[in-house]
Design a protein around this ligand. Structure first.
Ligand SMILES: Cc1cc2nc3c(=O)[nH]c(=O)nc-3n(C[C@H](O)[C@H](O)[C@H](O)COP(=O)(O)O)c2cc1C
Length: 367
């Protein structure tokens, strides 16, 4: 069996599939459930000095595998979170990571309290509601750095602006990065009633889950190329292969949120078991072996040669006609169940190859 254990910041993690700050880490009880569900580390819901007043409704699923949320941060008093909920979660015997927000004064208070309690192994701070000003981000990281002795992680939101400038600003103050938080602001509403789906003041919230996987991979890969510090991937993980992608993009471990909201807290262990199986099937001995593999092994270019056009493997093709229907350039048609490509119309976009459920189409040059 492939080795899933990882050691990051001198902390031992039984596997690289962690909870993410969110409903799965809302309190001690939820964190214990996540531990029973097989998580490799417990990341608690973000706490702040002022408890949040969360609107209702605050989580909806506008389309498959994705969520819009207006959950803000924890509604619990931070003192009781640190004194009661975190020690309860600690009973699981897993690495425990606190999440804090938002301004520098608040982070200093929360950092001091967390340090005094000795309850956590690391602290991440969320830049979700604080803007992009690098000087401010520096103050935030510094406020935690000055007050805690455990590793400090910056959790980045997509659209943070100049990513390279942000990493340069934070690099000396943090021990690692979490990428990414949910994406937004985002809006959806009912066309009959014109009511927004979320109960927030302006109806807006944050998008997560399946829809944001490529955005998350972009951030993980880009950040990993800018720093030698651990990057923890988050965003869009629904299947083992998604976790594999995060690791290959450069994540040392991953956090999972929306999937656990939609499918329950057993998903962490299922993903970890699936990851082990996937690694075995691909003859890797450990999860660590695939960290950054995409970055190390990606080919110079993914561009097909100029002479390449969609080519069909007739043995695999089931004549479902999906390629014909989805060819917006009208280059594909089937006659007598045979695939025909009009090269004068085909722009070699590659969509048919990507859509084919049988992988019967590929963009290949004439042999
Ligand atoms: C309902 C909900 C609540 C969340 N609450 C927090 C939070 O309190 N703090 C935080 O940093 N991120 C929060 N997030 C963001 C997640 O931790 C995660 O970064 C994001 O959802 C992407 O991962 P996913 O696609 O697996 O959900 C929340 C996400 C959801 C869906």
């Amino acid at each position: 069996m492939a080795e899933l254990k990882t050691r990051i910041w001198n902390i031992d993690f039984p596997n690289p599939i962690w909870t993410a700050a969110g409903p799965g880490g809302a309190d001690g009880e939820m964190l214990l459930r996540a531990a029973r569900g097989g998580a490799g580390a417990l990341v608690a819901k973000t706490i702040s000095v002022e408890a949040a007043r969360v609107p209702a409704p605050n989580i909806v699923s506008p389309f498959g595998g994705s969520l819009l949320n207006a959950e803000l941060w924890s509604e619990l008093d931070y003192r009781s979170f640190i004194e009661r909920e975190l020690p309860r979660a600690r009973e699981a015997g897993l690495p425990l990571i606190a999440s804090v927000g938002y301004n520098a004064e608040e982070l200093a208070v929360l950092g001091r309290e967390l340090d005094r309690s000795g309850a956590v192994d690391a602290v991440e701070f969320s830049i979700h509601y604080v803007g992009k000003d690098p000087e401010n981000l520096k103050r935030l990281a510094g406020a935690l750095r000055d007050n805690v002795r455990v590793p400090v992680l910056a959790k980045l939101s997509p659209g943070v602006g100049d990513l390279e400038a942000v990493i340069r600003t934070l690099e000396d103050l943090v021990d690692g990065y979490v990428a990414v938080n949910s994406v937004g602001p985002a809006l959806d509403f009912d066309i009959e009633t014109r009511r927004p789906l979320l109960g927030s003041r302006d109806g807006r919230g944050w998008l997560s889950g399946a829809a944001i996987l490529p955005l998350a991979l972009h951030h993980v890969e880009a950040i990993a190329s800018m720093t030698g510090k651990p990057v923890i991937g988050a965003g869009g993980i629904r299947r083992v292969e998604d976790a594999v992608k995060h690791l290959m993009a450069g994540a040392a471990a991953v956090q999972v949120c929306s999937l656990a909201v939609l499918k329950g807290q057993e998903v962490y262990g299922k993903l970890a078991a699936g990851l082990s199986k996937w690694l075995d099937g691909h003859r890797f001995e450990s999860a660590g072996q695939i960290v950054g593999l995409y970055r190390r092994e990606r080919p110079e270019t993914a561009a097909a040669p100029e002479t390449a056009f969609p080519r069909i493997d007739s043995e695999l093709c089931t004549r479902c006609l999906l390629c014909e229907r989805s060819c917006i350039h009208l280059a594909i048609h089937f006659e007598d169940e045979q695939f025909h490509l009009d090269r004068s119309r085909c722009v070699r976009c590659g969509l048919c190859c990507s859509l084919c459920p049988q992988a019967a189409l590929s963009l290949e040059a004439d042999r």
